[in-house]
Write a protein that binds this ligand. Sequence first.
Ligand code: NAI
Ligand code: MN
Ligand code: ZN
Length: 341
Amino acid sequence: MKIKSVVIKEPGQLVIDEHEVAQPLAGEVRVKVQLAGICGSDVHIYRGHNPFAKYPRVIGHEFFGVIDAVGEGVSADKLGKRVSVDPVISCGHCYPCQIGRPNVCKELTVLGVHRDGGFSESTCVPAGNAHEIADHITDEMAVMIEPFTIAANICEQLKPTSLDTALVYGAGPMGLTTIQALKNVYQVKQVIVADRIPERLAMAKACGADVLIDNTHQPLKDTLSAQGILPTLIIDAACHPSILDEATRLISPAGRIGIMGFSSEPCTITQQAITSKELTIFSSRLNSNKFPLVISWLNNQKINPDALITHKFSINEVETALAVFEKDQKNCCKVLLEISK
Ligand code: NAI
Ligand code: MN
Ligand code: ZN
């Protein structure tokens, strides 16, 4: 049987490749992919801006489908199950793995980055990475689990509570999943969102944000102090290197800051700004086994992934889909690819 995959042959060169379907190896399941989500990192691999990527590569790390074959040692009961796939593959025995942080495994392999991913009609993954989804969870919700695990991971570090006033920088997919988690799962007192795109701020409101600030022209500090707001928790989901310094200045004593950016540009902060308030700075990468947690959020209707989905294209329209995603931040948030029915 022939299948189609979206392959980045080398930076800038995308092809839809037709090739023979693979058989799952021992311990693997084969997933007939139905829906996949486009993320900034897919575009970075396409453009040659991801330092971890090797080419040629089938991109895509957010995907959902049905198991249609199992490898040796995997129960045939899994055949036909609807699954959402955790893209993080770890060794299980290095120091980070031993202490429950497989997302920063010394031999980390991420589907769609280090190994072929989900923009393909079929892909084989370790059986343990394929998480079963209950029938009442729609395909669209299931494909959105991975982006919500990013929010779950940073929240697990920051431990938000109802005493917190949270400031989120950036109302892209990462900011919006985080806002939903802060409001509806952790029930923080107030969520303030800063972005420079009014349409994105409107999406943040739909995701539960209480205060919206367009910081294009107005410094955040003045706007926050004019409204008497002192954040105790700041999450940088915009990831410009200048933000960490600003965050140390805006935050309450004893506050926590979470960062998730990958810029290699230096950022300058002072010890005084951190130590005088005894701040804690956390960072978060991908997710450490957060699929079960986010699936429980979905089962308990704590999150609403539909609020992020703005576009859907077929796999054959992948170049258009990537172009819309890259160029139209005003109208576009999460773009899905229909891979197969
Ligand atoms: P995005 O580009 O769609 O959203 C970023 C938003 O931040 C935009 O709406 C933009 O207008 C806004 N923004 C930019 N500079 C700002 C500033 N100075 N103040 C306020 N708002 C500002 O990106 P997406 O997909 O939401 O991802 C956000 C960041 O998270 C990216 O840098 C990405 O690399 C990173 N990321 C990190 C992950 C991790 O595991 N650590 C996982 C996924 C993404
Ligand atoms: Mn992603
Ligand atoms: Zn490991």
